[in-house]
Design a protein around this ligand. Structure first.
Ligand SMILES: C=CC1=C(C)c2cc3[nH]c(cc4nc(cc5[nH]c(cc1n2)c(C)c5CCC(=O)O)C(CCC(=O)O)=C4C)c(C)c3C=C
Ligand SMILES: [Fe+2]
Ligand SMILES: [Fe+2]
Length: 363
């Protein structure tokens, strides 16, 4: 990939900081035609499906991309918002709010949002921040728990962009925030608020997106980080071990995924006489198809059909004040990690002195 041609370097540029909030990506419409390119890009990422290409390619192109787009489109249609896919709507809103929250704390940071798959791409977001004069950029992956399939894949996109850039900004990538006290406090506050309004369940179900089980054996910390989030949240809420369950959802393909699986656990709970379950998804920073359709529609119906009496879904933090405060605190901790800089020095070298003179500055 060729390197970009950039405006000549100038010493009189004041340092500016940018923030790129990256989420996974989502189709532009709830149709099979929009789902196909989105799923093709997503499921071609070797960080997501780790099978050898020779084996995976015929399955992806011969089976998955023929059947899944139509099936998934119907699911997206059931949760679509007037302004688009919930994942896009919430991510855009969080980025807008983050700019204000950080500004109130004295951080004048340009905030943009991007999607790892689809548009606006990570590269276009980084290009825009660089074009706006940002010489340091904080990349915040929206996933609280680290996984190679999500966080590391965003890093891949950032590094790929870096290969096209001549004059790189300083880059910092948030790795995770699964145990950040402000994030746990925000989750606990949203659960408590729900319980104040609707009473308490017999069991609180914490459902996380799944991963193939072999990723845990190969050293991916995702499973452990999900369990740590769950333990901290349970402690914050004062729950005993029998008052909550940790499960994994969204199994894809035939391989064994992280267990226990969400839906079979709900069926087992209903059959064993548990009347009310509340479900929360602390692995998602905002609501999306995985929470709104798979949990709030499908899992709810499985629980009720198996004899459960009441199922409450507690939404993701989305644009709530507590959630935004947690994201702000997280960004602030990372922004403060950067060294203090000397003011720009236009006389730092002969060519910039000449530039300053030609632009009419006094020598
Ligand atoms: C929260 C972390 C996520 C992990 C880990 C993850 C792994 C993973 N996902 C798939 C396959 C699919 N995921 C899909 C949607 C989706 N996944 C996440 C997050 C994680 N995925 C989010 C936030 C979303 C929602 C996107 C939206 O538009 O709302 C989908 C698409 C939907 C569908 O067709 O079912 C697929 C497919 C794999 C294989 C995987 C493996 C590590
Ligand atoms: Fe996923
Ligand atoms: Fe673990």
């Amino acid at each position: 990939m060729p390197m970009q041609t950039e405006p000549p370097y100038s010493h009189d540029q004041s340092p500016k900081t940018g923030l790129l909030l990256c989420n996974l990506g989502t189709p532009t419409a709830p149709t099979a035609a929009a789902l196909r390119p989105y799923l093709a890009q997503f499921l071609s990422d070797p960080r997501v499906v780790e099978l050898p290409r020779l084996l995976w390619w015929p399955i992806l192109h011969g089976v998955v991309l023929r059947l899944r787009p139509r099936k998934s489109a119907a699911k997206y249609a059931s949760i679509w918002l007037p302004d688009g896919s919930p994942l896009k709507v919430w991510t855009e809103r969080q980025a807008k709010l983050l700019q204000g929250y950080l500004g109130e704390r004295g951080h004048h940071v340009q905030v943009r949002w991007a999607m790892r798959y689809g548009q606006p791409s990570v590269a276009s977001g980084l290009d825009a921040l660089k074009a706006a004069g940002c010489t340091r950029i904080l990349v915040l992956s929206a996933y609280p728990q680290y996984s190679a399939a999500t966080t590391a894949s965003v890093a891949d996109a950032v590094f790929a962009w870096g290969r096209t850039v001549r004059n790189l900004p300083e880059l910092r990538l948030v790795r995770n925030y699964h145990d950040q006290p402000e994030y746990i406090a925000a989750l606990a506050a949203s659960v408590r608020r729900h319980w104040q309004a609707h009473g308490r369940p017999n069991v609180l179900l914490l459902s996380f997106h799944g991963m193939p089980a072999r990723t845990l054996e190969k050293g991916d910390p995702y499973h452990c980080e999900c369990h740590k989030t769950a333990r901290l949240l349970a402690e914050a809420l004062g729950l005993s071990a029998d008052q909550y369950r940790v499960t994994f959802q969204s199994r894809f393909g035939r391989a064994k995924w992280l267990q226990p699986y969400t839906e079979p656990t709900l069926i087992e709970l209903a059959r064993s006489g548990v009347d009310r379950v509340d479900a929360i998804c602390p692995g998602f920073s905002c609501d999306c198809i995985e929470t709104l359709e798979e949990i709030n529609l499908e899992a709810r119906s499985a629980f009720l059909q198996a004899g459960g009496k009441a199922f409450h879904y507690i939404p993701c933090l989305n644009d709530s004040h507590e959630g935004m405060q947690a994201l702000t605190a997280l960004c602030e901790q990372h922004l403060l990690g950067w060294p203090t800089r000397l003011p720009p020095d236009p006389s730092a070298c002969a060519h910039s002195r000449q530039r300053a003179l030609s632009m009419g500055a006094k020598s």
